[in-house]
Write a protein of this length. Sequence first.
Lengths: 383, 383
Amino acid sequence: MKVLVIGGDGYCGWATALYLSNQGYEVGILDSLVRREWDRQLEVETLTPIFPIQQRIERWKGLTGQKIDLYIGDITNYEFLSQTLHQFEPEAIVHFGEQRSAPFSMIDREHAVMTQVNNVVGTLNILYVMKEDFPDCHLVKLGTMGEYGTPNIDIEEGYITIEHNGRKDTLPYPKQPGSFYHLSKVHDSHNIHFACKIWGLRATDLNQGVVYGVLTDETGRDELLVNRLDYDGVFGTALNRFCIQAAIGHPLTVYGQGGQTRGFLDIRDTVRCIEIAIANPTEAGKFRVFNQFTEMFSIVDLAMMVKKAGISMGLDVEINYLENPRVELEQHYFNAKNTNLLGLGLQPHYLSDSLLDSLLNFAIKYKERVDKNHILPKVSWHR
Amino acid sequence: MKVLVIGGDGYCGWATALYLSNQGYEVGILDSLVRREWDRQLEVETLTPIFPIQQRIERWKGLTGQKIDLYIGDITNYEFLSQTLHQFEPEAIVHFGEQRSAPFSMIDREHAVMTQVNNVVGTLNILYVMKEDFPDCHLVKLGTMGEYGTPNIDIEEGYITIEHNGRKDTLPYPKQPGSFYHLSKVHDSHNIHFACKIWGLRATDLNQGVVYGVLTDETGRDELLVNRLDYDGVFGTALNRFCIQAAIGHPLTVYGQGGQTRGFLDIRDTVRCIEIAIANPTEAGKFRVFNQFTEMFSIVDLAMMVKKAGISMGLDVEINYLENPRVELEQHYFNAKNTNLLGLGLQPHYLSDSLLDSLLNFAIKYKERVDKNHILPKVSWHR
């Protein structure tokens, strides 16, 4: 089965491409490589040295004999996207190819506009090329749990049945996204839902939680295959950041009270979730939504776990409660459902001491590469 | 009080600008005039001859002594928008300045992308300029009842209280928009809601129904002030189109079974609703939503009323049930609330025989200008 991974040079995309290739899928990667450019603009580097995509793919082929096709270009360019699909002829498209950082989208107006235009237009282009020439292709689109915000009721998977004034309907779950980036994903979800309805396309929206970890069976096989691991205030995400902070002796940066609770998952589950979605395509005309996370933690929970693991390794770990640069509830109800992927066979890697040890040791290995100036958050949500 | 009407050269915008000017508001119009350009591209003309905006404003000043400031430019150009606001210093912004046709947005990929980028970026720019320099300004944004779609439960005004698994919360009402245009308005609503929350801005989202009628006290005062009246398949809307079709002896174009039910209002109520919103600004940080319509009708209801009114005037009126170019339910539950504006003093002009007579006579007056080639729908929602 041929799978095109859009954004296959990124953190989740690269791990997914190799995993799928290893599972016997015919994999193509489409990527504009713009994320590498954004790193340069922000003067940040991921913890790990990332090799050029061509070298990574070449090494993968050398190790496994598996070929991965590469298409470098931007999906906001419709001609390029259409040509790529006609050349590769995917049966499934995994779409990671978006600007995926909330702080990046909140830097200023230009970044907010760029994030929304880039993400919305890229996804619209995919929908149109599917409509025109690949109506049976299955779109597996990465959304985010952050689309839901923190409602005071249970979060269902995409839809909720509402009884109101004696009548009942099952409607899209109300969204309360918390950044212009998260908003772009909500816009995408609405657009994709509509395209499935009117054109009979099939799509799965994976509302992914915060991903942690770095090694997968595939990316751990060679230094050239190593995955990126972001620690900076713009692209770094909670648990990964804490481990790197612990490794270099920087206090863990908890925003506000730290009661913010979110869904989390190991990157080894990310890649498996994608495969599950691909292997179980949804029917034509259906917009299916899975919540893709395995556990819920508050930020303070995570900081405490990293502190404990760090101390047991002899690290000196402190927790700093910073003024929250974001506008968000710091104590709230949070209970999100995630049974769809489990029902299709996902066997989670739950967060464990051994994972934390491995991640801390990984961070220690590369700690000389950390630029401490990029750890504290610099982007504010406030006026 | 200074009010900037963005999109003040359009159907609702022009009527609103004159009405507010007549009520003693200091009015500025910002418009890119792109709608006139789209008419040329589609080779359609509104039923009425529309004079250049400069002449319209000059005549208004001649008749009333009231000056209306004019700013020609595009709000997707942030510099222009910011300069205009610094020059005019509005206390309220009425934002009609979007691509507002569902069929236009469904012509092809380019039109879908243009509609969403144009509408979303224009509104983002307004939010950013308000955040930067006009945080107390009240944004009165035109949304659409079409954001809601046709759920099987009552439609509330923007929010719904949901009881679920023993807990309760009031959340944004779930949206099921039916075109890439309607989707753009949903995107806007989410973006504005977020900006109010994080920056303390104040905004009122007016989810307007289908507007009918053409004459207001102000636009009827002079031939140069006459409002546009669209009859073509792209920009024309239900009731207005039916009256013009009746006037020229064209069968009324009902799509499908015609059981599609929507909210409607007289353009004389549109202008009054805008004034009510301006005169009752919402508090800082609040995203307020009003459903702006006065009555609900099915398409068949409207066709029957126009047929009856036409026949009593001696016209020969037939109804054609066309294959529906849209993807939408043709028989469905529809019950939408509209008490917020009524509670603030709106006294509706309900649809009446005299309004239909007046609209039919108006259409007859200009009927030689109708190009029959543009009456039938040419844009399809289907793959």
